[in-house]
Design a protein around this ligand. Structure first.
Ligand SMILES: [Zn+2]
Length: 295
């Protein structure tokens, strides 16, 4: 997917969004594209709230800014830099760490880390496209280590169920779901959310897959050994693991990162359109507090 990705220059970005005003104008345009509705009373008429891109409901006088009730809600640093963070996340073919964002934009690492999570929220997999045709379902582990306060290192594993839709010799769509344990129920519930009933399934022989094999038409079941694997699924698994190690170095908030990987993979044909797509999603996404983000 990476060769197809075409990046847009940072020069173009700053030319397009040179000031807070230009960012607000863009947010207002997307936010009220299909008209104004007062969040307070549902009224559709408004007048100017006294500042650029601030609208005031003409019935209840409630004022709403272009950033309110979006993922840009109460952003405490320069909006131009916030747009740049979205740009770097959207256009870097493998994503970008909060440390690198902090160095590039001269913001605190924690500020970048938190805003980065907000951007990743907008990348959340919506699973509104059920996989169909030839579909592979598999599961794998990601080994992790965590430093405890006393300097003690704790190693643990997280488990992921991967579903992929095949197209020709490649993969057209990917979903990756963190699951609590390796069990038939977990695998079955992922399959229900992501795979259409008419799909033709390939999976491993392990008994945890027996249940989904009763619900779908199965074309092959492979005994998983080092030599006999499902090559496409295995390739995606390895890409996810090496990407996590390379960019995030850890995977504590794993589902965010899995969603980020799938978002990028599933939109690899969008090229530079991915930036606008992500900004739009951020505008239409409800705000998220710090506690919501990390829970
Ligand atoms: Zn109102």
């Amino acid at each position: 997917m990476e060769e197809k990705f075409k990046s847009v220059s940072i020069y173009d970005l700053y030319k397009r969004f040179p000031s807070r005003e230009s960012c607000l104008a863009y947010l207002a345009k997307i936010k009220w594209e299909s008209g104004f509705t007062c969040k307070h009373c549902g009224h559709h008429h408004y007048c100017s709230g006294g500042k650029p891109h601030l609208r005031q409901c003409s019935r209840c006088r409630y004022k709403e800014s272009a950033t309110a009730n979006t993922l840009f809600h109460k952003v405490k640093f320069d909006l131009v830099k916030a747009f740049a963070i979205v740009y770097f996340i959207a256009t870097n073919k493998k994503g970008i760490s909060s440390c690198e964002l902090s160095r590039t934009l001269q913001l605190r690492q924690k500020t970048c880390w938190l805003f980065r999570l907000k951007v990743l929220s907008a990348m959340e997999t919506q699973r509104n496209v059920g996989l169909s045709g030839k579909v592979e379902i598999s599961d794998f582990e990601i080994g992790m280590k965590k430093m405890m306060k006393k300097g003690q290192e704790v190693r643990f594993k997280k488990r992921v169920v991967l579903t992929i839709e095949k197209k020709g010799k490649g993969v057209s769509h990917v979903y990756a779901d963190e699951v609590k344990s390796r069990g038939s129920n977990q695998i079955n519930s992922v399959a229900k959310r992501t795979i259409n009933q008419d799909a033709l399934i390939s999976c491993y022989k392990w008994h945890g897959y027996d249940h989904i094999c009763q619900n779908y038409q199965v074309i092959s079941r492979v005994k998983k050994t080092k030599k006999t694997i499902m090559p496409l699924s295995n390739r995606i698994e390895n890409s996810i693991i090496s990407w996590l190690r390379g960019i995030h170095h850890h995977a504590e908030l794993l589902q965010y990162y899995l969603d980020e990987f799938c978002y990028r993979f599933n939109r690899n044909q969008m090229k530079e359109g991915i930036y606008d797509h992500l900004l739009e999603r951020m505008v239409h996404h409800r705000p998220r507090t710090y506690l919501e983000l990390i829970s």
